[in-house]
Design a protein around this ligand. Sequence first.
Ligand SMILES: Nc1ncnc2c1ncn2[C@@H]1O[C@H](COP(=O)(O)OP(=O)(O)O)[C@@H](O)[C@H]1O
Ligand SMILES: [Mg+2]
Length: 339
Amino acid sequence: MTTARPRTSPTRKRPPREQAALTVDQLSVAGRGMELVNEVSFALDPGQRVGLIGESGAGKSLTAGAIMGLLPDGMHARGAVRLGGVSHDLLGASERQMSAIRGRRLAMVFQEPMTALNPVMRVCDQVAEAMLVHRTQPGRRAARDRAVDLLARVRLPDPANTARAYPHQLSGGQRQRVVLAIALANDPAVLICDEPTTALDVTVQAHMLELILEAVTERGCALLFITHDLAVVATVCQRVLVMYGGRVVEAGPVRDVLTGPRHPYTRGLLDASDLEPSGERDRLYNIPGTVPAAGAFPAGCVFRTRCARADDRCATRPDWSGDEARGYACWYPLGDRDE
Ligand SMILES: Nc1ncnc2c1ncn2[C@@H]1O[C@H](COP(=O)(O)OP(=O)(O)O)[C@@H](O)[C@H]1O
Ligand SMILES: [Mg+2]
């Protein structure tokens, strides 16, 4: 049974649910009297790489948390989250069901590797444990061997020895490689990376991105890549969802969105990024104003208090124009050509 959906967010028409690796349908997250994620819908095809971009506070991490079944206390999700090959909605899953899925079919790399690692366990044992809890290796010995192999694949230097180290003996970049090895240990169908390079030195960020790209490409694993950096999306992703104030305000193929943004917020992000040729950036464009506090976004279009194009009409929530493949939510979109 399909139900009529509001037209304020993209309706999911394709691919058919059975074929998608992950389908997020009208996902909202609320808590403490506030709605922080509002009707987010998208799908990942198997092996597809999709970026979720927006400034801090947009609701990106809560979206990931809802998908993973790891929301902070007091927050709850509505809508539906479906994973290929799993018949039930993940939002209705028991903790036991989620434990069987998390780290197995669906894995995540967080921004801060230290929070994901056990400080008192050797890194090879942590990678091995990821396989042992899901019984994807026949025994400790086999899991250990594969752990060292995985650590070599993510290019941990001198893996045979470094594998015996504790997290604090490694650099930030090395720790994030370990976290990636853990996430990949059971060949997940979907990997979510939430700002995986933000905490790392600039010099190791590019290596980490390459590794993630290589890892998902060779496994045919779908990727949801969360970042505030448009340049990173351009490097890693095929599609992008632009998020602001808990909503997806624009979606489409990366090239289309970056070369022909329709939503003024996307234009602002682009103008403020390194992707614009330096001549264009002379005016040091910034999106005026600041991101409102949680729960303090205006009614209607969430961006209207910072938007130069806004007028009274924007007090009404804009319809979603286009479809899931390419669309935006704005009454006064930019033209096909840059304005
Ligand atoms: N546990 C929480 N309690 C209250 N507010 C929260 C909590 N977690 C996140 N928020 C608020 O929800 C909004 C979205 O957060 P988040 O998803 O972390 O944003 P992003 O990852 O895009 O920076 C922010 O305004 C944040 O302050
Ligand atoms: Mg975040």
